[in-house]
Design a protein around this ligand. Structure first.
Ligand code: PAF
Length: 274
């Protein structure tokens, strides 16, 4: 695997290829990321990953400084998965001057759910992804469904800016008990790790109740919030939405249930299409 630390290096390495398949990450890689690399591999003539912890998508009180930087094990995992090129710019390389031009996704999509609880998050994500796309110039990029709203924002951005990039979705990888794999799972204590599966169980119960076409989604959502609250979680949202735009569903819409909740100091998100 070749490692490019600068944009010049990256352009030099990628000059020989015409169809890069790209997986952007913030590092601290787990099997979920590696599954995205494996998905990307047959889709291009070179597989590129990036590792960049993007300050722009963290609020001041969030975990930017403590976000785990696990360079050696990340490189080993990427290499083993057959990643060809790793782009790992410094902050100074990617943002040599303050990034005052930003991508502002529409509020109807980006100020709800994650965007409501993490204001500015999708501006930060869209801006860095646009910039990484400009650096890597991929023809295909793979994003995990675990970050369901992020995937939707990126798809919409690519469509509206007519970027010549196919966005491919990777399924959420889960631990044996059903917990969605996430870099932040590493923050959980042993007892929290045991409890953490309750988020995906609550989403499954919501989907089972909403499936028969129940109209009282508010009751289903309130019950899930209360269950988590009673177990000591601090839920931000547990909600049933339509898949197309994450708005309140109408009869017959394909649905997704999404949740975000804090367990101790760790904020977990998950979702389930049904
Ligand atoms: O999903 C992530 O890890 C990040 O939001 C991304 C897409 C790499 C942008 O920083």
């Amino acid at each position: 695997m070749q490692i490019a630390r600068t944009l010049d290096d990256l352009r030099h390495v990628l000059g020989a290829y015409c169809k890069p398949a790209f997986v952007p990450t913030m590092g601290n890689l787990h099997e979920g990321h590696i599954a995205l690399i494996r998905k990307a591999k047959p889709l291009g003539d070179v597989t590129v990953a990036s590792i960049f912890v993007n300050r722009l998508q963290f609020l001041p009180h969030e975990d930017f400084d403590s976000y785990p930087r696990t360079w050696d094990s990340d490189c080993a995992k990427l290499q083993a998965a057959g990643c060809d090129v790793l782009f790992a710019p410094t902050e100074n390389e990617l943002y040599p001057e303050p990034q005052t031009f930003k991508v502002h996704p529409p509020g109807a999509l980006a100020d709800i759910l994650e965007g409501h609880f993490r204001p500015g998050f999708f501006v930060g994500v869209s801006t860095v992804v646009m910039k990484l796309f400009a650096c890597v110039q991929p023809r295909v990029a793979v994003f995990g469904k675990k970050d369901y709203q992020q995937l939707m924002v990126i798809r919409r951005m690519v469509r509206q800016f007519a970027l010549p990039i196919e966005i491919v979705a990777g399924e959420t990888e889960r631990a044996a008990d059903g917990l969605a794999l996430s870099s932040r799972n590493g923050y959980l204590s042993a007892s929290e790790r045991h409890e953490a599966v309750q988020l995906s169980l609550a989403l499954k119960r919501m989907a089972a109740h909403a499936k028969p076409g129940t109209t009282d989604l508010a009751a289903i959502e309130a019950e899930a919030m209360n269950t988590l609250l009673s177990r000591g979680w601090k839920p931000d949202y547990m909600t049933v939405r339509r898949r197309t735009d994450l708005q309140a569903p109408q009869a017959g819409d394909p649905l997704v249930v999404l949740g975000a909740a804090k367990l101790g100091n760790t904020r977990l998100i998950d979702n389930l299409e049904f």
